[in-house]
Each structure stands twice: as structure tokens, then as C-alpha cells.
Ligand binder design. Structure first.
Ligand code: CMP
Length: 136
């Protein structure tokens, strides 16, 4: 049975700063993702705090929010069969040092903070995160 899902992907400031967005979008397309909607935005620290609220209690929360709001990002609504899991596989481990060859974070990530891409971690969170950026 088919299980078409949508998920949120963010190309983070470190990747946009290095002008990698087109290359990363090609990676998604080559891996069967359809980019249903996308926009380039620069969010405030307050918006980043809302977006990453699940990490509020973590020691890295402040730096994380500071970082996501430090420059332009590309937010994308991606669609594919099992998109949430497939996107997580394509991104690789959170820390680029631990990510497998061929994954986006291995190819483009610089550090655990500057790991180039964010992706929703569950179907439930994908809905919440897509709503956050694409209320239509
Ligand atoms: P992301 O998938 O966007 O979700 C939260 C982000 O927090 C994560 O990617 C990392 O960039 C960042 N982060 C920083 N330190 C840690 C850590 N110790 N564990 C997990 N994520 C971290």
C-alpha cells in the first residue's frame, strides 16, 4: 500500500552561506522527493525558540536558536513515499562526524550545530513543523 507523506526540511544557515542550496535541492530530487513548497526566510531568535521548543530543556537550546536565526534558511515541504524516514536516512546522523558516506550531513555538515539540514523526526512532528512554516 502506498504511504505518501510530507515532511519539513530546512537548509540551515551554514549551507545557505556556502551557497549549497541548489546542490542540496538536487540531492532531494535525485532521491525521489518532490519539493511541494519552498521559501527563503530569515527568522528571528524568538521564532527559532518556538520552532525548537521541544529542545527547550537541552543545554544547547540557546546556541541552537541563536544559530538558526543567524542567517537566511530555506524551508521546504517535501513529499515522497515514507518521506519522514526517507529524509532522515538521506540526512544521516545529527553529528556529521557520525554520518554515513553519501548522506547530506556527511557531505555538507561542518559540526553538530552547523549540520546543514534539519528534518522532521516523526510523522506527528512533520505536521506541526510544516504548519509552523506553511500555514495555507
Ligand atoms: P536538528 O536536526 O536541527 O535538531 C536539533 C539540533 O540541535 C540538531 O539538528 C543539532 O544541529 C543541534 N544540536 C546541538 N547539540 C546537539 C546535541 N548534543 N544533540 C543533538 N542535537 C544537537
Amino acid at each position: 500500500m502506498s504511504n505518501i507523506e510530507q515532511t519539513l526540511s530546512i537548509i540551515k544557515p551554514d549551507a545557505v552561506e556556502r551557497n549549497l542550496q541548489e546542490e542540496i535541492k538536487i540531492e532531494f530530487k535525485n532521491n525521489g522527493f518532490e519539493i511541494i513548497n519552498e521559501k527563503k526566510i530569515h527568522i528571528s531568535k524568538e521564532e527559532a525558540e518556538k520552532f525548537y521548543k521541544v529542545h527547550e530543556s537541552k543545554p544547547f537550546y540557546n546556541d541552537l536558536c541563536q544559530y538558526l536565526s543567524s542567517g537566511p534558511i530555506i524551508v521546504m515541504k517535501l513529499q515522497k513515499e515514507n518521506a519522514v524516514l526517507e529524509n532522515r536516512k538521506l540526512m544521516g546522523a545529527t553529528n556529521p562526524q557520525d554520518a554515513s558516506d553519501g548522506t547530506l550531513r556527511k557531505k555538507y555538515g561542518i559540526s553538530i550545530d552547523k549540520n546543514s539540514v534539519h528534518g522532521s523526526d516523526s510523522v506527528e512532528n512533520a505536521k506541526v513543523e510544516l504548519d509552523f512554516f506553511f500555514k495555507d
